[in-house]
Design a protein around this ligand. Structure first.
Ligand code: TXA
Ligand code: MG
Length: 332
């Protein structure tokens, strides 16, 4: 299969492909997603196959607005209405109980709930509203690899496996959406993202929990996707927590280092990846950095700067910890 790159004016062509059950990758403000008609069980199953993703991991249902979402729930709860009014379109995914029989089990992974998201990308919302039906939207990467932040990343992973990619340039945020579970008594953030629990709490006017162990809550898997090794290049990744420790890491042609410009300026290393000038820029560039080193065969170890301050640092460290399997660089 030839994977076609679609521009803005070719959206109707992408709509026709999706209607036929084909897969089309789409841009969002966070990362690129892999789209298939959410109500077409066969199309949804082919998403798991293209990504090589375990099928117990449910998929996000991507909608163009609240009205489209309301077709898949019995009632939109007040809390959801508040969050939608404030954050949509935007990087907040909301878990709600789903109306029985409206979505295939391939989407929900058999859970009584579904994850709804309305991305802030004009091309994608145009695509979904022309389709008049939601699309599933997992990140458009091969399972376990870093999420794609450019159409080229998607092409690298899925060329020949999907019908097309809608290219709208590099994504703005670079880390996936915040996921908040509204199917439980106290709203709970299952995956940190640019929108923080504090911001959600301020809009709801009530307490919001942050799920520390996102793999398991009382024996029930929460955000099942969070339990797998993720965002992982082939070479091991180490988190460097203190700027001064970059002076002590090994250097050489087989070592990759990703850090802020100001840190890179001070170190010796043949393979540097500039994460930019701020934590927000670093968040935007993290997955690109991991992919860059993954494509360089001679790299045997990767050292990446950690951050403890800034609104996005929880989301950044959550992804970095997964790619590093929790390994921090320690001075001997
Ligand atoms: O920013 C994003 O959210 C991107 C873009 C493409 O929209 N999408 C994305 O999808 O990150 P994915 O499939 O890579 O991650 C979705 C996460 C998974 O960890 C999955 O387990 C969880 O959402 N999830 C989906 N449905 C759920 C449900 N009903 N309850 C709990 N977690 C759910
Ligand atoms: Mg993903």
């Amino acid at each position: 299969m030839e994977t076609k790159i679609f521009k803005k004016e070719e959206i109707p062509e992408a709509v026709e492909l999706l209607k036929k059950g084909e897969l089309v990758a789409f841009p969002t403000e966070t990362v690129y997603g892999l789209g298939a008609l959410a109500t077409d069980e066969k199309a949804v199953k082919s998403v798991y196959a293209a990504k090589g993703r375990p099928s117990d991991n449910p998929l996000i249902v991507t909608v163009s607005d609240e009205e489209m979402m309301s077709r898949f729930v019995d009632e939109v709860p007040e809390r959801a209405k508040k969050l939608i009014k404030h954050f949509w379109p935007g990087p907040l995914t909301i878990i709600l109980f789903v109306k029985k029989g409206t979505l295939p089990t391939a989407v929900t992974g058999g859970l009584p709930t579904a994850a709804f998201r309305c991305p802030n990308d004009e091309l994608t919302r145009e695509l979904i509203s022309q389709l008049d039906n939601p699309i599933v939207g997992p990140s458009a990467n091969t399972s376990t690899k870093p999420s794609p932040t450019t159409a080229q990343h998607v092409y690298h992973d899925l060329n020949g496996k999907i019908a097309g990619i809608i290219d709208n340039g590099p994504t703005k945020i670079g880390l996936e959406s915040t996921i908040v579970d509204l199917s439980v008594a106290t709203p709970t953030v299952l995956r940190p993202g640019e929108i923080t629990p504090e911001e959600i709490s301020a809009v709801l006017g009530e307490e919001v929990l942050m799920n520390k162990d996102t793999t398991q809550t009382k024996g029930v898997p929460k955000a099942p996707g969070m339990k797998y090794r993720h965002y992982a290049p082939s070479a091991p990744v180490y988190i460097v927590d203190k700027e001064e420790d970059f002076q002590k890491i090994p250097h050489g042609s087989d070592i990759g280092v990703a850090a802020l410009s100001s840190v890179l300026d001070k170190i010796e290393s043949s393979n540097k990846f500039d994460l930019g000038n701020s934590i927000d820029e670093a968040a935007h560039n993290l997955f690109g950095a991991l992919r860059f080193f993954d494509n360089e065969n001679q790299i045997h170890e990767i050292y990446v700067q950690g951050f403890s301050k800034g609104a996005i640092s929880a989301a950044y460290m959550n992804r970095l910890n997964k790619s590093a399997a929790g390994h921090h660089f320690k001075v001997e």
